[in-house]
Design a protein around this ligand. Structure first.
Ligand code: C6P
Length: 428
């Protein structure tokens, strides 16, 4: 496995596999590059199983952010001095890196936002709102994060339109046939998660996009939980918009991306007004800059965007196929072991899941469980995961959720199981 590690000590190369097979994914070499992994919590080694909430950051990302403030600290697109030119080059360089990460055709299709949430709100107000009439519908699914429900509700409320959920089954699998039946002349947009943060379900996005395309309906994909477990190719998916957050893909918080087809972005009016999004301003009226700058009013999160660029370089420098196989091995071990725990129910059992296991333990509230696990050094998230309709669908108020990243180990899965056994013993 190759990875750039500017400050970390060299680690031993991956062990060759048996019979000349490719070497196993070298998780220890990756872990050596993630400073936050190497700490104790409540006197126990940290076992970080909350990467769906936010991933831990490699040293090269931390360094890239620090470099902005320590050396290249300037505003972008505004100065002709050396610092500003350096900052602008790194900022726009990150846009090209995102284009490459997503397989997009053109860097002008990459808009920097505060995160997935802001990217979806941008589409809601700039793309959908002007096209929406009373009686229209936005088709989502039952497994969406609130970020892919509430923005649509807000714009729908303005005109008397409504949000319609396509059903999922008891495993958390989307009923594509039912979604197809709900697609109709009133549907103005299909908006669905690529991967569910609460269940781990990976939706058949390309299939849904083909259905929507046949009906002439644009598609937005919430890719927040998909990009960390990529690869993602927005052109192959056949969607119109794709949103993700840097902080879930080893980058900084407070920055994200909206990818949109250039024709859509060019046809969209601005969302927020301010510096950088205009071509001309006068008291008689103003004209707009071209995409993507039209949608990036004001000074952006410069260090965050450059940090995202560093995260993409880091990720694309890894053995990604090996990383995916490793993450699947973690998920398989956790799923298998958790299903054997008496009184434990896994919520979300779709085939082909990504790195998330949500569960409830009989007689123990998920928040209590998460607190006990924390005292064992094991970080999981408990709650509704900003997906209350999913919780309702499965008849639970909350779940505990273990989520894995490529830096987790099989031993950490075992540590989770030991901690759960301790919790069971406490509540026995
Ligand atoms: N899910 C989780 O613990 P932001 O907050 O804008 O970076 O991402 C919002 C978001 C949108 N869609 C999906 C599928 C998500 O998982 C998230 C964020 C985190 O599951 C925090 S609630």
């Amino acid at each position: 496995m190759k990875a750039t590690a500017p400050r970390e000590p060299a680690t031993s190369p991956a062990t060759p596999g048996p019979h000349g097979a490719p070497p196993a994914f070298d998780v220890e070499a990756v872990r050596a590059q993630i400073p936050a992994l190497h700490q104790e919590v409540h006197g126990k080694p940290l076992v970080y199983l909350d990467s769906a909430a936010t991933s831990l950051k490699p040293r090269c990302v931390i360094d890239a952010v620090e470099r902005v403030y320590a050396r290249d600290c300037a505003n972008v697109h505004r100065g002709v001095h050396a610092l500003s030119e350096r900052a602008t080059a790194a900022f726009e360089g990150a846009r090209h890196k995102v284009r490459r990460l997503l397989g997009a055709a053109d860097s002008r299709e990459v808009v920097f936002t505060r995160g997935t949430t802001e990217a979806i709100n941008l589409v809601a107000w700039s793309f959908l709102r002007p096209r929406l009439r009373a009686g229209d519908e936005v088709l989502v699914t039952e497994l969406e994060h609130h970020a892919n429900i509430v923005p649509w509700q807000l714009v729908c409320a303005e005109v008397g339109a409504r949000v319609v959920p396509a059903p999922i089954d008891d495993r958390g699998v989307l009923d594509v046939a039912a979604l197809g039946r709900l697609l109709g002349p009133r549907t103005k947009l299909v908006a669905l998660a690529h991967t569910s943060n609460a269940l781990g379900t990976v939706n058949p996005v390309a299939e849904v996009a083909a259905l929507a395309r046949a009906a002439g309906v644009p598609v937005l994909v919430d890719g927040a939980q998909a990009v960390p477990h990529g690869p993602v190719d927005v052109q192959a998916l056949g969607c119109d918009f794709f949103a993700f957050s840097a902080h879930k893909v080893y980058g900084p918080t407070g920055v994200g991306v909206l990818w949109g087809k250039l024709a859509h972005l060019e046809a969209m009016g601005p969302w927020q007004g301010g510096g950088d999004m205009i071509r001309t301003v006068s008291f008689e009226g103003s004209t707009w800059n071209d995409p993507p700058h039209r949608f990036e009013a004001g000074t952006p999160n410069i260090a965050g965007v450059i940090g995202l660029g560093a995260a993409i370089d880091w990720l694309l420098g890894l053995d990604l196929a090996g990383a995916r196989a490793h993450e699947q091995a973690l998920l398989a071990r956790a799923t298998d072991a958790l299903s054997r725990v008496p009184g434990l129910r896994i919520v979300g059992t779709a085939p082909g899941k990504a790195s998330v296991v949500g569960f409830v333990l009989e007689g123990v509230h998920p928040h209590d469980l998460a607190t006990i696990l924390d005292h064992e050094g094991v970080a999981v998230r408990a709650g509704h995961h900003c997906a209350q309709p999913v919780m309702r669908r499965f008849g639970v108020p909350a779940t505990a959720r273990a989520s894995f990243a490529l830096y987790n180990t099989l031993d950490e899965v075992d540590a989770l199981l030991r901690a759960i056994e301790r919790a069971r013993a406490l509540f026995a």
